[in-house]
Design a binder for this molecule. Structure first.
Ligand code: AMX
Length: 419
């Protein structure tokens, strides 16, 4: 059903894009300065992304819906929205949920590979190796090798993408139980939705934690096309590498401390505050603590952003969840106090362009509350969710026939002689 809905839309989108290129192909949308060429291409508009956009003053917008308006929808619904631009009706939702359930079974070779890795491997290394190993069963590769027309490649990208989304919660939960000595793996439960089944396989049998997983896996799904994980995945996919190799490439980027790994740092900071004061400090104590940290040349984790200039709506959604479901928890209380204290401190200091919290300021405290205390696992949760956005972007890029990524680089000598 999803494939049929997409086929119809893709025909329309292809025509629209062809006419945009025909009418506006020579219009200039961005210029590049020498500083930008040396500075990670920050701010250069050189890509298109249909699934989502990030606005400085309102944050993530998914297919035209500001995140704050749709933070209640499930990950399965957001995946359908990312792909098609529409929210699913009940039969489309059931169809996508069934497709995910039909792909829950983790192949035995994945467990053998994971079991043979060093016991202290980072969970993200384990996850991306497991995903890469699934390449052996890639339909995309089989169809490509059989000479499938280029115009059909999106269909096999989608098929592999759904296989991956079906299997990734089981792999991730298996990694958690293996890596942190939680006991035997827990079999999937077909009566549960994608997020609740993941919580079940982790071994955290708490109804509110299942709700948190639904929110967590929805909120991290996509953040337009130029962030490290999406951009890396799409670059690899543009060479027609399989969706498994391409998603693994992006998630290896998410495993970097400047990107997805930042969430473990943020919780560590909150726990340091709690440990330092043996509980929840007063606002004045917290303010002094933050100034001491800034004056010693360190940043306040969880605050600031390269693009946003407002509180991240994903942070707001997590705070609303915490206020609704969590009481008498020192760690969450510290997070709430930091939200009162840090923005005015950063504003007074005057360095950070954005004094507001980002997504990572609250998420760790909620996971911690429900007993998921292994910080270095948190980026795996982010990865399960982000795989949805990456796969949706990949399907659309294949359908639109976006060619291999190949920007032009220049040497410093060239810049000296030509500018
Ligand atoms: N605390 C203290 N100083 C901060 C700050 C913070 N939270 N955020 C920014 N600043 C400082 C910068 O270090 C920089 O100082 P400098 O001029 O001495 O180098 C100055 O303010 C200007 O930085 P900026 O343009 O506002 O930010 P940026 O785009 O360069 O960096 C980010 C953005 C997120 C890396 C930065 O705000 C930061 O380090 N925040 C804390 C760490 C964090 O929360 N990371 C998670 C990011 C979310 C994510 O992507 N997962």
């Amino acid at each position: 059903m999803l494939q049929k809905i997409l086929s119809e839309k893709i025909n329309i989108w292809q025509k629209e894009i062809h006419s945009v290129i025909k009418e506006k192909g020579d219009e200039v949308i961005s210029e590049v300065t020498v500083s930008q060429a040396y500075g990670g291409m920050r701010g250069v508009k050189g890509l298109t992304c249909e699934t989502s956009a990030v606005s400085a003053d309102s944050g993530l917008i998914i297919r035209g819906h500001p995140l704050k308006d749709i933070s209640h929808i499930s990950p399965e619904e957001v995946f359908f929205l990312l792909l098609t631009g529409e929210l699913p009706n009940s039969s489309s939702l059931k169809d996508i949920q069934d497709q995910l359930k039909n792909n829950q079974k983790v192949p035995e070779y994945v467990w053998r590979i994971l079991e043979s890795m060093p016991k202290n491997s980072h969970p993200m290394t384990m996850l991306t190796i497991a995903i890469q190993s699934l390449q052996v069963d890639s339909v995309f590769v089989k169809k490509y090798n059989a000479g499938t027309p280029k115009t059909d490649l999106w269909k096999w990208t989608l098929e592999d993408g759904i296989t991956l989304l079906g299997v990734i919660p089981g792999i991730a939960a298996g990694i958690y139980r293996m890596r942190f000595n939680k006991g035997a793996r827990i079999e999937p439960d077909k009566t549960l939705d994608w997020s609740a089944n993941f919580a079940h396989m982790l071994g955290i049998q708490n109804e509110d934690f299942k709700k948190l997983m639904r929110l967590y896996l929805m909120l991290h799904c996509d953040h337009e096309g130029g962030n490290v994980s999406a951009f890396s995945s799409l670059t690899v996919a543009s060479a027609l590498s399989s969706p498994f190799l391409s998603v693994a490439a992006g998630l290896n980027g998410l495993a970097g401390p400047l990107h997805g790994l930042a969430n473990q740092e943020c919780l560590k900071f909150v726990l340091d505050v709690q440990e330092h004061f043996k509980g929840v400090p007063s606002e004045k104590e917290l303010e002094d603590f933050c100034w001491d940290r800034l004056n010693s040349g360190r940043v306040i984790p969880g605050y600031g952003h390269a693009v946003l200039r407002c509180p991240d709506p994903r942070f707001t959604a997590f705070m609303e969840f915490g206020k609704k479901y969590i009481t008498n928890d020192d760690v969450f209380s510290v997070v709430q106090s930091l939200f009162k204290v840090v923005p005015p401190v950063l504003q007074e200091q005057g360095k950070a362009k954005n004094p507001w919290p980002n997504v990572d300021a609250a998420s760790g405290s909620l996971l911690y509350h429900y007993g998921l205390k292994e910080f270095n696992y948190y980026t795996v949760l982010f990865s399960i969710s982000r795989a949805m956005g990456i796969i949706a972007q990949m399907v659309i890029n294949r359908a639109m026939g976006i060619p291999i990524t190949r920007p032009k680089s220049v040497t410093t000598e060239w810049i000296k002689n030509n500018t």
